[in-house]
Design a protein around this ligand. Structure first.
Ligand SMILES: [Zn+2]
Length: 364
């Protein structure tokens, strides 16, 4: 859900974030919460809680903006920033191409949090550390320092993991080796965090323990996702978009009717197939479009009347890199990309299924 745009960078929130926002506001408003304002009335504590939660997430946002602005200054497109249950994440359009770039883009986040923390601390001192706002600011100073330290844990996808990766990359000269070492270190740390969380929950604090376990679990998942993403881009290297296309043997002829398409879906076990006339791709027929028809109409409808026309698909040259085709596929609303020959004529279609099948079949 988009909420704002800062410096031309789109800011989005997820539903889980709204829940966490309320949780943070509520815990700050609690008389027994970290602010300890037992002297204040309910309304004043609620206002303080909401302001605290806004400033807390503003701190997270400033941290992410720092990443995004440094990335943009280094020529990397920024897709946007999303706030979610564990904080924030910046999405970039490309991978960082060099180790120093990765180091700067990653390190600037925690550094910014330290600066923001110092600013809150300074304000707290100026306002008097025991005044209502002073207590809140002192707490936010503490939270920002914590944010910086947490993000420096060297586990993907945390900033510390990326800084570690850039250092190993610089030292070894090999991006791949750096990645596999970083993923392993991250796994060990994430496993240790999960183990500590379970111990914490059993030994003294169930709530905090579960939260720690959840964070460790999230890091484990994110580390695995990063690893498969890297394995995939490695498999894609030197491959062309054409290799990822749905096999021409599976194509449905333009004069076929819906029942014949249904038969083709059964035979190929794919849910989207190209519709062809000779060598030319006219469109993409999906299982969903065909299966919506009543049984007695299956032999009356031609696939050309049910398909998505090729003009409505994103197009890339069949000779472009496989990696590039996948980037287009990821952005495609139709979940398909048309491949064109040197004359601009569509000759194939790449779908998520065809990519998975290609990966499963091995890239040899
Ligand atoms: Zn960060």
């Amino acid at each position: 859900m988009r909420i704002a745009s800062v410096f031309g960078i789109e800011i989005s929130i997820t539903l889980s974030w709204i829940f966490v926002f309320a949780l943070v506001a509520w815990s700050l408003a609690e008389p027994s919460g970290p602010l300890h304002r037992t002297d204040l009335g309910v309304a004043a504590r609620i206002i303080l809680g909401v302001i605290g939660s806004v400033l807390f997430f503003a701190s997270v946002l400033v941290h992410e903006l720092a990443h995004s602005l440094v990335a943009r200054a280094r020529g990397i497109g920024v897709r946007g920033i999303t706030l979610f249950i564990f904080g924030g994440v910046s999405q970039f359009e490309d991978e960082v191409g060099d180790a120093p770039g990765e180091a700067w883009i990653s390190a600037v986040g925690p550094l910014t949090s330290l600066v923001v923390g110092a600013a809150f601390f300074g304000c707290a001192q100026a306002l008097g550390p025991s005044s209502t706002v002073g207590v809140l600011f002192a707490y936010l100073a503490y939270v920002n320092v914590l944010l910086a330290i947490f993000n420096l844990i060297p586990a993907y996808p945390l900033d510390g993991g990326r800084v570690l990766h850039s250092l190993l990359w610089r030292i070894s000269g090999s991006r791949e080796r750096a990645t596999s070492v970083t993923v392993t270190v991250g796994r060990i740390l994430a496993g240790a965090i999960v183990a500590f969380g379970i111990f914490e929950a059993l030994a003294y604090n169930v709530g905090a323990g579960l939260w720690t376990t959840l964070i460790g679990w999230f890091l484990l998942q994110a580390g695995s996702a990063e690893q498969s993403r890297i394995a995939m881009s490695r498999a894609m290297r030197g491959r062309s978009a054409g290799e990822l296309a749905v096999s021409p043997d599976f194509a449905v002829s333009a004069d076929a009717r819906a029942n014949e398409a249904l038969e083709a879906f059964r035979r190929t076990r794919l849910r989207a197939l190209p519709v062809i006339l000779g060598d030319r791709v006219l469109g993409l027929i999906s299982y969903d479009a065909v299966s919506r028809l009543p049984d007695d109409e299956l032999d009356q409808n031609y696939v050309t009347g049910l398909m998505t026309h090729v003009e409505d698909l994103d197009e890339v040259a069949a000779t472009t890199s496989a990696d590039d085709a996948i980037k287009h596929l990821a952005k495609s609303d139709a979940h398909a990309v048309a491949l064109t020959n040197s004359h601009g004529i569509a000759v194939g279609v790449v779908t998520p299924e065809s990519v998975m099948r290609w990966l499963g079949a091995g890239s040899s």
